[in-house]
Every structure is written in structure tokens, then in C-alpha cells.
Design a binder for this molecule. Structure first.
Ligand code: C5J
Length: 223
């Protein structure tokens, strides 16, 4: 009989069968967390999203120790930009656009150093890494199939940025029938008020998009 995991969460306890639970770490890439990447090219202060690194590492360690599946995503595009809609490519105030050369290689391009996951959170062999052209990780990727193949129905989310790729993916997952929990200190935004609003939006109305809990509460549930 699989163990039932119970996490003390808002708006109420999150429960999952241990054989159906996975962690998804969204876009913890150099392009969003280090100077000179995509996030900085849009005028953001990357120091604002770095506090989520250590809690995300603790969450990863907890899932790995419990033998539970871990998925990572990377927002990035093909070198010829054939998967980057002109509307996305055209946005941004600065001189650097997606595909332009920057200090960490071409901005937001698959295989370039900037698109790598930061070394502190590097995927281990066997963990699935999904390259995604959109903000949501289900759009134009194999994520749905990978989760279905493993019988996953419950997801814990970490990553950046809270209100863009994390929230978009949670909403996609929610509409696909997954129960989703956001690990509140393992996610960050360049705009702290947007992070707070996202957590409130997700958990309002009896968890209309899902649940939220700090990493300590998630780890306590895994033990
Ligand atoms: C953004 C992301 N913010 N990973 N991407 O453009 O949230």
C-alpha cells in the first residue's frame, strides 16, 4: 500500500499518495538568476530571485531522499528561433533580445550557458529536463506525457518567476486535473508584491488553483 503524504498547507491540508507525487522546478536558469541574462536584459534586479535558491535545494534534497520523481524545466528556444513567436521576440525595452549574444551566450537559446540550470540546482541523472518555448511548461512540450507515463497526479512547484512561468504552469496543470502545491519560499519574483499576490490568488476561493506551503512543511510531510 502506498503511503499517504499529508502537508500542512493553505487553504487546508494537501494530501497525495506517495507514488503519485512529483516535484517540478521551473526555470532555475542562469538566464533568470544571474546578471547578463534574459531577466536582467528586461531591466530586472536578479538579486531579488536568488533567495529562493537555498530553499529549492532543500526541497530537491527532500524529494531525492524520499525517492520521489523530480522534473526540471528550462525556458529556451531553438537556435534558429523557429519556436519563438515574433510577438515574444519583439518585446522588451533593452538592446538585448532573445537570440542576441550576451555575456552568457545567446539569450534564452537552448544549449547556451545562460539557458543552463544554475549549478546549485543541477539536475541529477534520471531526472527529466523539459525545454519549453512558452511560459507554461505544458505548452509544446512532452511534460503531460511524461507525467502521465509515471501516473503522477499531484505536483509540488518551485522555481522562478512566481507570477509568470510558475503560475502559468500551475494553472495549466490545474486545468489538466493535477492537484498542485506551491512551495512558497522556493519561488521568487522580481516583484515581491507579485509573488504575494500570486500565492493569494492560488489559494483563494478554497484553493481555486491549488495549495501553498513553506518548504519546511513540505519536507515534514515527506518524512
Ligand atoms: C519569465 C519565467 N519571467 N521563467 N520567465 O519570462 O518566469
Amino acid at each position: 500500500m502506498p503511503v499517504t503524504i499529508t502537508i500542512d498547507a493553505a487553504p487546508y491540508a494537501f494530501t497525495a499518495s506517495a507514488d503519485r507525487l512529483a516535484l517540478i522546478v521551473i526555470d532555475m536558469q542562469r538566464d533568470f538568476l544571474e546578471p547578463g541574462g534574459f531577466g536582467a536584459s528586461l531591466g530586472n534586479d536578479v538579486a531579488r530571485v536568488r533567495p529562493s535558491i537555498a530553499p529549492t535545494r532543500r526541497l530537491l534534497d527532500g524529494f531525492r531522499a524520499a525517492g520521489l520523481p523530480v522534473f526540471h524545466t528550462r525556458e529556451c528556444h531553438l537556435p534558429d528561433l523557429s519556436d519563438c513567436p515574433p510577438a515574444k521576440h519583439g518585446r522588451g525595452p533593452g538592446p538585448l533580445r532573445i537570440g542576441d549574444p550576451g555575456p552568457m551566450g545567446r539569450i534564452l537559446i537552448r544549449g547556451e550557458p545562460g539557458a543552463d540550470i544554475i549549478p546549485e540546482l543541477a539536475p541529477l541523472p534520471g531526472e527529466v529536463v523539459i525545454d519549453k518555448p512558452g511560459k507554461g511548461a505544458f505548452h509544446a512540450t512532452s511534460l503531460g506525457d511524461e507525467l502521465a507515463r509515471r501516473g503522477i497526479s499531484h505536483l509540488v512547484f518551485a522555481g522562478v518567476t512566481t507570477e509568470v512561468c510558475v503560475q502559468t504552469t500551475m494553472r495549466e496543470a490545474n486545468d489538466r486535473g493535477f492537484d498542485c502545491l506551491l512551495a512558497t519560499d522556493a519561488t521568487d519574483s522580481y516583484f515581491p508584491e507579485f509573488k504575494a499576490a500570486t500565492v493569494a490568488m492560488i489559494t483563494a476561493q478554497a484553493g481555486i488553483v491549488g495549495w501553498a506551503a513553506p518548504v519546511d512543511a513540505v519536507l515534514a510531510g515527506l518524512r
